[in-house]
Design a protein around this ligand. Structure first.
Ligand code: C2E
Ligand code: MG
Ligand code: MG
Ligand code: MG
Length: 293
């Protein structure tokens, strides 16, 4: 009868819930283990300056390499890490790894830092993604200072990407933090721009240097004049505030052309390259440079 089938559904539901909880728990344990065993890696996706055609930076994107060699994208574990707090040690690892790698690249004769005829060298950056929760915790700034000092990586080459949700919480603490970070010469980038509720009034009161246009806007760029007008307005306003605009998720030559016409500063996307392991990135940079000479 109805009562029994209701109870049956309930039992089924709790059974599924229990399974889901166990899966989350297993993932948590695996993550803790992976962190201890250093089975996370950074992939790097190049960003190309639309005026000079030079690579002006890379974004570091975390991957988790399973024991069997499977590479897991951040979509499978970052949310959970944010929820359970594991993002704090993970984020520290990312920062340290990015700074060490960037410092090592400065020693390479054919790394991304080699002076280019166009002279775009001083602007190159390594970007890392920072979650809300990392910034909310005490001690983030001390950690950044310690890593910069330890690795000798110049702060002007470091860029921190955060989503706008970060700018609406704990405003006093956050504003102070942003000001301190920017004061060290580290650049702040607003990630996934255009997907949330930020207004330019909020944005201009924060020391952000870069706006990254979200892929969803880039997807519509060629087909929707409406989106093109909005992107154009964003670029004009950002430039009037001395900020740079980077388009993300660029997949076609047509999109590159539209973005160039609209005055976008740089692009990042599969059209140029997917995120690559360090060795492959260095090979890609070398090949690109040789083909451009
Ligand atoms: P995000 O910071 O917005 O990074 C851009 C994402 O778009 C990356 O996905 C990248 O691989 C993907 N992408 C770039 N170009 C294209 C394209 O042309 N087409 C398509 N379809 N996709 C493109 P990924 O690497 O899976 O990272 C997803 C998100 O995970 C990132 O979004 C970022 O929010 C987060 N994340 C990645 N690494 C870290 C990290 O070290 N710490 C934290 N807190 N979050 C991270
Ligand atoms: Mg990002
Ligand atoms: Mg983004
Ligand atoms: Mg995104």
């Amino acid at each position: 009868d109805a009562k029994n089938s209701g109870r049956g559904r309930y039992a089924l539901f709790t059974g599924e819930l229990k399974q889901a909880q166990e899966a989350v728990h297993t993932l948590e344990l695996q993550m803790a283990e992976a962190l201890k065993e250093e089975r996370f890696v950074l992939y790097y996706q190049p960003q190309v300056d639309l005026k000079t055609g030079e690579v002006c930076g890379v974004e570091a994107l975390i991957r988790w390499v399973d024991k069997d060699g499977t590479v897991r994208p951040p979509g499978e574990f970052i949310r959970l890490a944010e929820e359970n707090g594991a993002i704090v040690p993970l984020g520290r690892w990312v920062l340290e790894r990015a700074c060490r790698t960037g410092r090592a690249w400065m020693e390479l004769s054919d790394g991304i830092t080699r002076p280019e005829p166009g002279g775009g060298r001083s602007e190159w950056s390594i970007s890392i993604n920072v979650s809300n929760r990392e910034l909310a915790g005490r001690g983030y700034l001390d950690h950044v200072d310690a890593i910069l000092e330890e690795t000798g990586f110049p702060p002007k080459h470091l860029q921190l990407e955060m989503t706008e949700s970060v700018t609406f919480t704990e405003e006093e603490h956050q504003l102070h933090l942003f000001t301190e970070i920017a004061g060290r010469g580290i650049r702040l980038a607003m990630d996934d721009f255009g997907t949330g509720y930020s207004t330019f009034s909020v944005i201009q009161s924060l020391p952000f240097h870069i706006f990254k246009l979200d892929k969803s806007m880039i997807d519509d760029l060629v087909s929707a004049p409406h989106t093109r007008h909005i992107v154009k307005a964003m670029i004009v306003m950002a430039h009037s505030l001395n900020q740079r605009v980077v388009a993300e998720g660029v997949e076609t030559a047509e999109q590159v052309e539209v973005l160039r016409e609209l005055g976008c500063d740089a692009v990042q996307g599969y059209y140029y390259s997917r995120p690559l392991p360090e060795e492959e990135l260095l090979a890609w940079l070398k090949a690109r440079r040789e083909s451009r000479v």
